[in-house]
Design a protein around this ligand. Structure first.
Ligand code: COS
Length: 385
């Protein structure tokens, strides 16, 4: 799946224009109101951003992973909360249905997800199951032609906006093979939301608990109609998500370098711009070289992702996605730190974006698998028979 080169170039140019003309000027409003303004969300729907990763026959734009990474790289140049509004529709919310869903499930959900009419979230994490996702405790018991679901999901991105969740629950015994993925409408009786989480950064993104108390979901809502394979669906979705986040990290790294370079040219100390000093130049050069490494990994891994059969997992590509996610998210952390350093005291003041982005990028090293989980995945691949 890929959009033809000419149409893709036009789409990318219009997204870049949208970022420069609409999103960057709204960064302070976003921070103030802690939400994405409704007119911007409407424009995003109009542009088709909710459906970039969904095939054209289900109402989306049908980008390849490489193309999606290019667009997400561009979106990384502004506050992450803008992308987050449609991020779960593009990635972790929708992809389980696309990869493993039945034809009826794809037809019922993907067009609404692609248009943005339905916001879909991904509900895997729980109070006692974060890194150890296979230990999740939410239970789904079969009762006639329904499952009755009980449990709590934690830190669920876009839950306050969601019309549905792809949700992992235990239908069988302990471990990964007892887990199934469900499509759960958010208005199912028995579902309630926790208070919005107060976070270190990324204002404008919305996360909260999702509590399920005897929520009855049709058995037909098991993704693919097959119980016991939900953990694998979740892992495949996360492999892809990790590449998407790598592209976001690279975009923000470029924005931070650009802002730091501008500041280094303008700020004068000891009678000349601070960019004339070699210690500042060292920080800029290290940042640029590390960004280039991250971009090269991200582009190579996205190409490999596109080359494998769609929806199937390839252990080598999964391992490389973990390498890429680990490197790119750690890399942008170092670059954000240097950007603050180059700004000096101004880097600690909210008026300058370095302070805000420094806090925002911290999450990248935590969600969709911490750096330490990426290390485990990489090492397991290397050490297995
Ligand atoms: N694609 C497809 N299948 C996969 C897979 C992948 N990327 N990774 C694992 N699987 C399969 C395995 O092949 C195994 O299947 P079999 O039993 O048929 O062999 C099954 O899933 C269980 O895998 P494994 O034994 O490796 O599971 P573990 O419990 O050891 O955990 C980790 C694996 C740690 C990698 C997983 O729990 C993880 O990714 N944790 C982080 C979760 C996360 O990112 N959370 C963020 C939530 S979203 S913000």
């Amino acid at each position: 799946m890929a959009l033809d080169q000419e149409s893709f170039a036009l789409l990318r140019a219009s997204v870049q224009r949208f970022i420069d003309e609409r999103l960057k000027p709204a960064e302070d409003t976003l921070e103030e109101i802690d939400d994405v303004p409704a007119d911007i969300v409407a424009d995003m729907k109009e542009m088709g951003l909710f459906g970039i990763s969904i095939p054209e026959n289900y109402g989306g734009i049908g980008l390849s992973m490489s193309q999606e990474c290019d667009v997400v790289y561009d979106l990384g140049h502004t506050a992450f909360a803008f992308r987050s509004v449609f991020g779960t529709n593009v990635g972790i919310g929708s992809q389980g249905i696309l990869m493993d869903g039945t034809e009826a499930q794809k037809q019922a959900y993907l067009p609404k997800i692609a248009s943005g009419e339905l916001i879909i979230s991904f509900a895997l994490t729980e109070p006692n199951a974060g890194s150890d996702a296979a230990s999740l405790q939410t239970r789904a018991e079969l009762d006639g032609d329904h499952y009755v679901i009980n449990g709590t999901k934690r830190f669920i991105t876009n839950a306050p906006r969601a019309g549905a969740f792809t949700l992992m629950a235990r239908t069988g015994g302990a471990g990964a093979s007892g887990i199934s993925s469900f499509i759960v409408p958010a208005d199912t009786p028995g579902i309630s939301l926790g208070k919005p989480d107060k976070k270190m950064g990324q204002r404008g993104t919305k996360t909260c608990d999702v509590v399920l108390e005897n929520a009855r979901v049709p058995a037909a809502n098991i993704i693919g109609g097959v119980p016991g394979v939900g953990f694998k669906t979740a892992m495949k979705v996360l492999d892809r998500g990790r590449l998407h986040l790598s592209a976001l990290a690279c975009g923000m790294a470029h924005r931070l370098i650009t802002d730091a370079v501008a500041y280094a040219k303008e700020r004068k100390q000891f009678g000349k711009p601070i960019g004339d000093f070699q210690l500042i130049q060292g920080m800029l050069a290290d940042s640029q070289a590390e960004l280039y490494a991250g971009l090269s990994m991200m582009r190579d891994c996205a190409q490999r992702y596109d080359a494998k059969p769609a929806g199937k997992s390839d252990p080598e590509v999964s391992m490389l996605a973990s390498c890429t996610k680990m490197f790119c998210t750690e890399m942008v952390g170092r670059i954000a730190d240097r950007a603050v350093q180059i700004h000096g005291g101004a880097g600690y003041i909210a008026e300058y974006k370095a302070e805000r982005f420094y806090r925002d990028v911290r999450l990248l090293r935590l969600y969709e698998g911490t750096t330490q989980i990426q290390q485990l995945i990489i090492a397991k691949h290397l050490l297995r028979d």
